[in-house]
Write a protein that binds this ligand. Structure first.
Ligand code: ADP
Length: 250
């Protein structure tokens, strides 16, 4: 059974249709990117997976069971979630931000230290930053702390909502590289929202293209580039990928 399955999902906000009849199975241990214009329902879709959003119709099956909305903490311990702007606690030091979930889960000290240091090394975050507060870090460093925090409990599923959007291009490029090496060393099921098709193609194997609450195309990145489902996908690809070819993602 795949880890994440969405079945016939509809979601309305005050009568406004945010998602219409969404059915999709997310590939295990690979990265899937949700792309499409703003307001298309991308964040709503990703938040269905950790129960932050509850569907009006249909069901969300995670780890083989429909989500139990009466026991969301249990689900969320197994799902890392990182959002744009990092969501770090400003009054807590870097180390405390990173290890917060381990503390809540009652991990012992040596296991916590080992895991946190291993993650800091993986994302190339200097240990000398442990005692700083988030506002004493650069944007790229804050983002790395956010990644470490979300990965702390080694979640099987990792949800990323525009996590790199606020970074300058060079830092974003570096963090993309670190994300890919993290996936190589600890492959997990990642669902990421992005409005940047280049980012999606670099990081994800599969794409879900969402517009006005509907899935326009869902396939591997190669298939989307080779066989865009319709004019909308074609123009999305053309507008964002000038002078680009499949070779750029190999
Ligand atoms: P995207 O992530 O693609 O920009 P969202 O999932 O955030 O799209 O939003 C989809 C639509 O639902 C938008 O029109 C947005 O205004 C609306 N929406 C999202 N969350 C809420 C909410 N909590 N209350 C009312 N409308 C919402």
């Amino acid at each position: 059974m795949p880890q994440i399955v969405l079945e016939n999902i509809c979601k309305y906000y005050n009568g406004f249709r945010a998602l219409e009849n969404i059915t999709v199975t997310i590939e295990d241990n690979a990265t899937t990117a949700i792309v499409g214009p703003s307001g298309g329902g991308k964040s709503t879709l990703i938040q269905l997976i950790n129960g932050l959003v509850r569907p009006d119709r249909g069901r969300v099956v995670v780890f083989g069971e429909p989500i139990d909305y009466n026991d969301l903490p249990r689900l969320r311990r197994q799902i890392g979630y990182a959002v744009q702007g990092t969501g770090l606690f400003p009054h807590m030091k870097v180390w405390d931000n990173i290890t917060l979930l381990a503390k809540l889960a009652d991990w012992d000290r040596s296991k916590t230290i080992k895991r946190a240091e291993c993650l800091m090394d993986l994302v190339d975050l200097s240990r000398s930053l442990k005692d700083r507060y988030p506002h004493e870090l650069s944007g790229g460093e804050q983002q790395r702390v956010g990644l470490c925090r979300a990965m702390m409990l080694n979640p099987k599923i990792f949800l990323l909502d525009e996590p790199f959007a606020a970074l300058d291009p060079i830092t974003r490029d570096e963090i993309h590289g670190e994300f890919l090496s993290l996936q190589k060393s600890e492959a997990r099921t990642v669902v990421m929202v992005t409005h940047d098709l280049r980012e999606a193609l670099r990081l994800a194997r599969r794409l879900v293209i969402l517009k006005n609450g509907m899935i326009i195309q869902e396939n591997t990145r190669e298939q989307v580039l080779r066989n865009p489902a319709n004019e909308f996908v074609k123009s999305l690809v053309h507008s964002q990928l000038e002078n680009w070819s499949l070779d750029d993602i190999r």
